[in-house]
Design a protein around this ligand. Structure first.
Ligand code: 1HN
Length: 345
């Protein structure tokens, strides 16, 4: 590629006049926005160990009452994007949220899409669009765009979950806002019960459901059992993985971010090919060594890390006797919609 003219090559009076007219020459900036072969990425491989995060989150529980927080969250921010921008990757926001016994995080709705991955504790529920969802370790609970949601806790121990939102993307689109609401009246019927089994869907009077998001809670017990069944029935299958989908459409569970659960067999090392979307890994069960670009992370249970797009990732189960289970969030639905999704072998 030939070298292009620099801004400094242009006379100062010309540059000043362009700026005063809100005009910019393309050629000095062209290579920066269209680098050869592979995009420039600000996303750095980062590891957030739960052992260091948890005490700081519990301290927030002492320092900041719910009334002063609305949502008591420590954001897992990637320094490559600037900590204050609250991005793990270009489109992914991550936060670890704490709800203490007796607390209530008031009802609101907003344009960004959220999911919760429950990390520890029992007895909390989140009510989404009137559906009261129990929060148990490893469960994935959707809060799709525009749905009312609030969290409450009748149990006796702290409950912690990982929030994953497409907030950076919606904020970038200048479309991010929230509306405060009243306490919701829980309604009867739960999507996780109506869609409890794969391959069959409810069809009252032979009609398929029309809800945009028929299933809000994806119980960990079901995803875990599916992974174990897949592994047992296909001993040669390398990537034992499931994707969280909308059971009516079969498409991704949410619009912009993709959610998956991955099982590593005892002793397995899995090489994931380089793909265009950035991704996040969160260990639900077990211990995993992750190799991402030049970083090696030793991930313990409840640890979280992220990887830039266009890079292969190697995940190794640290146990020779037990499977390991990893929750994966990525930007693949967004990349597919944009037409830029790629796998590089
Ligand atoms: C939000 O609504 C929640 O409802 C958590 O728990 C984190 C981060 C940014 C914007 C909205 C919640 C959030 C959030």
């Amino acid at each position: 590629m030939n070298e292009l003219g620099r801004l400094e090559d242009l006379p100062q009076d010309y540059r000043d006049e362009l700026a005063s007219r809100n005009l910019v020459p393309l050629w000095p900036n062209l290579r920066a926005v269209l680098p050869p072969g592979v995009p420039s990425r600000n996303t750095r491989p980062i590891h957030w160990p739960y052992a260091t995060l948890r005490p700081l989150l519990m301290r927030a529980g002492e320092l900041t009452p719910m009334e002063k927080a609305e949502r008591r969250v420590l954001v897992l921010a990637n320094p490559g994007h600037g900590l204050e921008n609250m991005k793990a990757s270009p489109a992914i926001y991550l936060g670890m949220q704490l709800l203490l016994p007796g607390e209530w995080a008031p009802s609101h709705r907003h344009t960004p899409n959220a999911v919760r991955m429950i990390v520890e504790g029992r007895g909390a529920t989140t009510t989404v669009g009137g559906e009261k969802c129990p929060m148990e370790r490893g469960d994935l609970i959707l809060t799709p765009t525009g749905e009312w949601h609030e969290h409450e806790h009748d149990g006796s121990e702290p409950v912690v979950w990982l929030d994953v939102l497409d907030l950076p993307l919606i904020y970038y689109a200048e479309a991010s806002y929230a509306i405060e609401g009243q306490r919701q009246q829980p309604k009867a019927g739960r999507g996780d019960q109506a869609y409890a089994r794969g391959g069959i869907v409810p069809t009252p009077y032979f009609e398929r459901g029309r809800a945009a998001y028929p299933m809000l809670r994806y119980p960990w017990a079901e995803a875990r059992a599916a992974l174990l069944d897949i592994a047992a029935s296909q001993p040669d299958l390398e990537a034992v993985q499931v994707t969280y989908v909308n059971p009516e459409s079969g498409r991704d569970a949410q619009n912009n971010l993709g959610f998956h659960a991955l099982m590593l067999r005892p002793g397995q090392t899995l090489r994931l090919p380089a793909r265009s979307p950035a991704q996040v890994f969160h260990v639900i069960e077990g211990g995993v060594d992750a190799q991402i670009v030049a970083s090696r992370f030793t991930l313990a249970e409840a640890d979280t890390c992220c990887a830039p797009g266009y890079e292969p990732v190697q995940l190794a189960n640290r146990s020779a006797t037990e499977p390991a289970f990893v929750f994966v969030a990525d930007e693949s639905p967004l990349h597919r919609k944009l037409g830029v999704y790629e796998v590089r072998a």
